[in-house]
Design a binder for this molecule. Structure first.
Ligand code: HEC
Length: 140
């Protein structure tokens, strides 16, 4: 009985740990796309739009006019923080498997970076497009 209870608790702990890190880049895109489709029925994520978003000169902030000043233009190599000079791991999951596996992390950084660069929070559609682009890589 006691052993069964212990196993049960262990399983519960495992299950809750899993929900925190169970995301994949693809499942995150689906989640944001479903949210975006509520406002725009038929919404389909677009890597091309994601790329335009990534390189767009928002110029809201002089120091951080776009995403690439920190993440660089090549998603598969390290970026460098424009203010602190700290190295930033590549954004592409192909080069960095930890990317886009935690909703909490993704939300935290979208919130911070979008506010600084875009001057507002990003929409679900922008997030879906962006991650789609990060998965697929450069669009011609
Ligand atoms: C001022 C520098 C800076 C700018 C500009 C910037 N970022 Fe970031 N970004 C960071 C840092 C630092 C991290 C967290 C460190 C890490 O994960 O390597 C991060 C992490 C992220 C993550 C988390 C990815 C994950 O799951 O690991 C996303 C998403 C992201 N940035 C998107 C953006 C987008 C979109 C823009 C443009 C709107 C942008 N960033 C502009 C510095 C920046």
């Amino acid at each position: 009985m006691i052993a069964a209870k212990k196993i049960c608790i262990a399983l519960m702990v495992l299950a809750s740990a899993n929900t925190a890190f169970a995301e994949t880049p693809v499942s995150l895109v689906s989640g944001y796309a479903a949210e975006a489709a509520k406002a725009a029925p038929g919404f389909t994520p677009s890597a091309k739009r994601g790329q335009s978003f990534f390189i767009k000169e928002w110029s809201v902030s002089q120091k951080m006019p776009n995403c690439t000043v920190c993440h660089g233009k090549n998603l598969k190599i390290d970026g460098k923080h424009v203010i602190t000079d700290k190295r930033i791991d590549p954004l592409a999951p192909a080069a960095n498997p930890e990317r886009f596996t935690s909703t909490a992390k993704v939300e935290k950084w979208f919130k911070r970076n979008c506010k600084e660069v875009v001057g507002r929070e990003c929409t679900a559609a922008e997030k879906a497009d962006f991650i789609q682009f990060v998965i697929q890589g450069e669009q011609s």
